[in-house]
Design a protein around this ligand. Structure first.
Ligand SMILES: NC(=O)C1=CN([C@@H]2O[C@H](COP(=O)(O)OP(=O)(O)OC[C@H]3O[C@@H](n4cnc5c(N)ncnc54)[C@H](OP(=O)(O)O)[C@@H]3O)[C@@H](O)[C@H]2O)C=CC1
Ligand SMILES: N[C@@H](C[C@H]1CC(C(=O)O)=NO1)C(=O)O
Length: 328
């Protein structure tokens, strides 16, 4: 069968990872990369495909089976998603959790009208962690669910600080509360506030003219990203940033602690990730779900979907018969 024709929209950490993941997918062909920047200024991890201007993407409507959106959730996807969903099957990693219902609606209308699938909020949280929170609640209705991240680099929060006026470079690390995790693992089932579970640590290089207090205030009060957390903001110079903040490890776990069965036994469901590269993993999830989005559309589905709507078998390049033979 013909390869699935894939393209990438937005070429940053996720975009680079998506190109690498597509190379690992024998059933896919990368058609090209689209960027808002001047294509001649965008360097691919390998120059095997053209870089096009995002302004021209409509002209490739019939050349792309599924488009992988790798823009930032803070301000790129809210603008790009609805437009691109009117042209292509898309997958994206939108992760501003509080805004997912509104963003879902904003994609559903154009995707339905275009007869395309828009698979949003794909990744690990939201994404694989969402699926495991669902398993936990559905299978162990009498219980509590906890999610912990880090210590590691959140790309969503790093993208968000980079969008603050006066920030030249920035990253954000998420630190889980050791005491909160210990209480959960002991089976206590504590009621924990957002602030009791994680703290956030930012490292920022300021633009020449920027005021540190103004930048710090804009970050720590930022709704949905920092306002509900104890957040520290550390200002460093570019040389230190370049030397000490280039890797993007992360990870975390979802744990459901509940009771079930005639004997009302204690049951624990846990799913964990240990990521050497947050973008390298997230983009691999995006590529697997790009395969599923294409198949769903081929099967006649249209409109917005999330990972909670996707049958796991669709993620695999293997046929259902092969999967039954190999994985059940
Ligand atoms: N659901 C999940 O589990 C996860 C979701 N995410 C999401 O992924 C999003 C993207 O993360 P990430 O790839 O790290 O973001 P980046 O900051 O690396 O890239 C975001 C966009 O910025 C532009 N860009 C990239 N590099 C440059 C540059 N040097 N100069 C100018 N513009 C540039 C690109 O657009 P263009 O090419 O058009 O200029 C790119 O699409 C995050 O905002 C987060 O929300 C990330 C991890 C997990
Ligand atoms: N979407 C997150 C993926 C995980 C990481 C995270 C956090 O550290 O707050 N929340 O969810 C990311 O952008 O890295």
């Amino acid at each position: 069968t013909a390869p699935i024709r894939v393209a990438i929209a937005g070429y940053g950490n996720l975009g680079r990872g998506a190109q690498a993941a597509i190379k690992q997918s024998p059933d896919m062909q990368l058609v090209g990369v689209f960027s808002r920047r001047d294509p001649s200024s965008v360097t691919l991890i390998d120059a095997s495909v053209p870089v096009y201007s995002m302004d021209d993407i409509e002209h490739y409507k019939n050349d792309i089976d599924v488009l992988i959106l790798c823009g930032g959730s803070k301000s790129d996807l809210p603008e790009q998603g609805p437009y691109l969903a009117s042209l292509f099957n898309i997958v994206d990693s939108f992760d501003t959790h509080a805004n997912i219902p509104d963003y879902y609606a904003a994609l559903d209308t154009p995707a339905t009208q275009a007869g395309k699938v828009a698979l949003l909020s794909v990744g690990w949280d939201p994404g694989l962690f969402s699926i495991n929170r669902l398993y936990g609640e559905a299978i162990l209705p009498a219980g509590e669910t906890y999610t912990f991240w880090g210590k590691g680099l959140s790309q969503g929060h790093s993208d968000a600080v980079r969008r603050v006026a006066g920030v030249k470079s920035g990253v954000q690390y998420t630190l889980p509360s050791e005491s909160a995790m210990a209480r959960v693992r002991s089976g206590e089932q504590p009621q924990l506030t957002t602030r009791e579970k994680h703290t956030r640590e930012c490292f920022i290089v300021l633009e020449e003219s920027a005021d540190a207090d103004t930048v710090r205030e804009a970050i720590v009060t930022m709704p949905n990203y920092f306002a509900d957390f104890d957040t520290s903001v550390n200002f460093i110079d570019q040389a230190t940033f370049d030397a000490e903040h280039q890797s993007m490890p992360h990870g975390g776990f979802v744990i459901r602690s509940g009771v079930s069965g005639a004997e009302q036994a204690n049951q624990v469901l846990e799913f964990s990730l240990k990521l050497g590269s947050n973008p390298g993993f997230t983009s691999s999830v995006l590529v697997a779900y790009a395969r599923a989005a294409f198949k769903m559309n081929q099967n006649g589905e249209q409109g917005a979907r999330t990972v909670l709507d996707v049958a796991p078998g669709l993620l695999s390049p293997k046929s259902p018969a092969q999967l039954r033979k190999e994985l059940l």
